[in-house]
Design a protein around this ligand. Sequence first.
Ligand code: AMP
Ligand code: GLY
Length: 432
Amino acid sequence: MNVLLLGSGGREHAFAHFISKSKKLSKLFIAPGNAGTQLVGVNVVLNPLDFQSVWSFITENQIELVVPGNEDPLVAGVTDFIEAQNSKYGTSVLVAGPSKYASQLEGSKSFSKDLMSEAGIPTARFKTINGHNFQEGIQFLDELEAPYVLKADGLAAGKGVLITDDKNEAQTILSDMIKGEMFGAASSTVVIEEFLKGIEISVFVVSDGNNYQILGSAKDYKRIFEGDQGPNTGGMGAISPVPFADQEFMDKVKSQIVEPTLKTLQDRGYDYRGFLFLGLMNHNGDPKVIEYNVRMGDPETEAIFPRLKTDMLDLLLGIGNKDISSVEFDLDERTAATVFLVSEGYPGTIEKGRLISGLEAINNDNSFVFHAGTTLKDGMVATNGGRVIAVTSLASDIQNAVEASMKLADKIDFQGKFYRKDIGQDLISLQK
Ligand code: AMP
Ligand code: GLY
């Protein structure tokens, strides 16, 4: 079958890599892709948000399955659009991603908080504020203790969450978000919430609406510098699985979070079909939801997919065909450690176009190189973004997996290369 994958990051190279291993695949197209995805498929110039053009490409290239990598096309309704085209033209193109309605779990913080309240899912106490009830927001800040968490309701390219210890600053941020349109329309509504204490962990679920499977747990490392210092990034590395996400913890995640989420959507008349990413806080062994994402995580995907022995197309077709229960799940028991090589200056201003060497070294059963911000320059691979290359290694424990990834990280080189050398060390300390 022919498959169209939407996106261009490390997550998408991981998808592309494992889709390309499936015997069911005829041709894989990636829009727009990167220098890594074109090693395993055909990159195409196509804007994933231009649905008419996506549809033209689908019909011209006999695409049977569309895989949206990031949230933008999902929140904009790509699944509904393709299903409407199917009804119109009698086609049956499958999409491995949730509907526009269900994608509000990520696309609207107030939607997700309301759903959690309705379902009784453990999460931070909150209030939704807009131009009409602004004063209630000021009062709610008085009721809370520092730090204060303010979230733009809509998508804000990962920048819509602001946390401050200073109540006056929180009030100013609230005003700037709502009245000053700090994030445009995305912040005309703001969710103010209680600060949750604990350790963050991501849990990945795949569902066809009726049944689901847990794909695994992962921890990502968001800050640019070692010891979780400096500004937030798109992710500097990941470890999967997370040792403290033991059976007892995961059972709570299933019964207190996954099942009530899927059931509440169903009670409202909507199925959740796709990947569901739970951003959780582990508070003394109890999971609380920080956020939902309606896609896989990046860099967590680069850590989780190498552990997944299940055929990737079987998994994606299970979502599209509402047949997840027939998919055989098999997860490698070993630990995966992903380390991201980034450009100097990231997450601020960076230089692009620097040649990358040492890429030929790798890719075996225990080690993987996933491209993120890369492109071809005169036939050679060059940097094209802040996060450039993710290397993942599988080993018996965190330390060995991290050491193997560090070796790869040393072999690959470009001017201004930077990576964190402490990925996973916090989890190792917790185990002691
Ligand atoms: P979100 O986009 O909702 O995941 O928020 C971005 C980041 O802000 C999260 O990954 C957390 O590190 C932090 N965060 C968000 N909400 C809270 C909260 N209620 N308590 C503590 N940290 C939070
Ligand atoms: N790693 C966080 C995200 O993908 O949103």
